[in-house]
Design a binder for this molecule. Structure first.
Ligand code: HEM
Length: 292
C-alpha cells in the first residue's frame, strides 16, 4: 500500500466516459445490496456503529437505501460531486463509541471507512463480472479500480489504507475477509431476515419510479425473497461463507447462475429509467441529455 497510482487525470476523467459511470449507478447493483450489506456488517467497527447509531433492528436495509443516493452523488453529481462527498464524510463525525467488547470505533477511522468503500468498488466490478455480457480486460479492471480510488478521494478521508492498484486491493480484500471480518448479532439478524418476504420498498429513494407501483405487492415481495437470498449469500466470497459456516449448496449455485445469466441477457431491453439509479440517471441527463 502507500503511494497511489491514481493521479489527477483519473479525477478529470471521472465523468460520462469513465467505467465508473458505466457501472456504479446501474440498477443491477441491487443484486449486490445484500452481499455488501453483510460484508460491511461483518466489520466489527461498522456493526458497532450501525447498531448504536441507526434504526438497524427496525429496518436493517434502511441505512443502505437512504445512503445510496448520496453515495452515487459523489460519482454522478458533476461539479457538485466533491461537495456531496464531503457532506457524506461529515455525516459520520459523530458515529463513534465503544463496541460491546470494549473496542473503540469511529466511522471515520480511515481503515473502517475505506472498508465500507471497498465494498462499493467490489459492487461496481461484480455488476460487470456477474450480471453483464461484457468481460473486463485487465486494463479496464485496473481503470475501474483507479476511478473508484478517485471516487473515494471525494470523501476527503485519509487515503492511507487505500491499496495502490487492483492487485494490491485483492491482497488487502482477502486479508480483511480472513483476518478482520467476524460473525456478530447484526450479521445473524440479516441472515435470518433473508428468509422472510422482502420489506416494503416502494418509498425507498433508490427505487426507480417505474417499479414503484408493484414494489410493495405482497406476491412480489414473497416471490423476490428467495432470489434475493440467493444473490446475497451467493455474492459473498466463498472463503467468507466457509469461514462463518453460511450454508450454500450446489442447487443454490445453479439458481444463482440462472439469475445472473438471465439478467445479463435481458437487461438491455429494460427502459433507461429502470436500468439506472435515479441519481445516475440525473447525471446522464445533465451531461449527455440522454441515459445510455
Ligand atoms: C465509504 C464509506 C461510507 C459511505 C459512503 C457512507 C454513506 C452514508 C450516508 C450517505 C449516510 C446518510 C444516510 C441518510 O441520508 O440518512 C450514512 C449514514 C450512516 N452511516 Fe455511513 N457511510 C460510509 C461508511 C460508514 C461507516 C464506516 C459506518 C460505521 C462505522 C457508517 C455508519 C453509518 C450510520 C450509523 C449512519 C446513520 C444511519 C441512520 O441515520 O440511521 N457509515 N452513511
Amino acid at each position: 500500500m502507500g503511494a497511489l497510482a491514481a493521479d489527477a487525470t483519473v479525477e478529470e476523467r471521472l465523468g460520462p466516459s469513465s467505467l465508473l459511470w458505466r457501472y456504479a449507478g446501474d440498477t443491477r447493483i441491487a443484486f449486490l445490496g445484500g452481499t455488501i450489506g453483510l460484508l460491511q456488517l461483518m466489520h466489527p467497527a461498522i456493526a458497532a456503529g450501525v447498531l448504536e447509531h441507526s434504526n438497524f433492528f427496525e429496518d436493517p436495509a434502511d441505512r443502505v437505501f437512504r445512503s445510496l443516493p448520496r453515495i452515487l452523488g459523489a460519482v454522478y453529481d458533476g461539479d457538485a460531486a466533491a461537495e456531496t462527498g464531503l457532506q457524506v464524510r461529515d455525516f459520520h463525525r459523530s458515529i463513534r463509541g465503544v463496541d460491546p467488547v470494549g473496542r473503540r470505533y469511529h466511522a471515520l477511522d480511515p481503515a473502517t471507512f475505506w472498508w465500507a468503500h471497498a465494498t462499493f468498488q467490489f459492487m461496481a466490478e461484480q455488476v460487470v463480472d456477474r450480471f453483464d455480457r461484457h468481460r473486463l480486460t485487465d486494463a479496464e479492471r485496473e481503470q475501474l479500480y483507479q476511478e473508484g480510488v478517485a471516487w473515494y478521494r471525494r470523501y476527503g478521508v485519509s487515503e492511507r489504507p487505500v491499496p495502490a492498484d487492483r492487485m494490491a486491493f485483492q491482497a488487502e480484500w482477502d486479508r480483511i475477509c480472513t483476518e478482520v471480518l467476524e460473525m456478530n448479532d447484526a450479521v445473524r439478524f440479516v441472515l435470518d431476515t433473508l428468509h422472510a418476504p422482502l420489506p416494503p420498498m416502494r418509498d425507498r429513494a433508490a427505487m426507480p419510479s417505474l417499479l414503484r407501483p408493484v414494489a410493495d405487492h405482497p406476491v412480489v415481495r414473497r416471490l423476490l425473497a428467495r432470489p434475493s437470498r440467493i444473490a446475497a449469500i451467493g455474492g459473498l466470497p466463498a472463503s467468507v461463507r466457509e469461514r462463518f459456516d453460511i450454508r450454500w449448496t450446489a442447487a443454490d449455485q445453479v439458481q444463482l447462475d440462472v439469475i445472473e445469466r438471465t439478467v445479463a441477457l435481458t437487461w438491455r431491453r429494460l427502459p433507461p429509467t429502470v436500468r439506472w439509479q435515479p441519481r445516475a440517471y440525473e447525471g446522464w441527463q445533465r451531461e449527455l441529455g440522454v441515459a445510455p
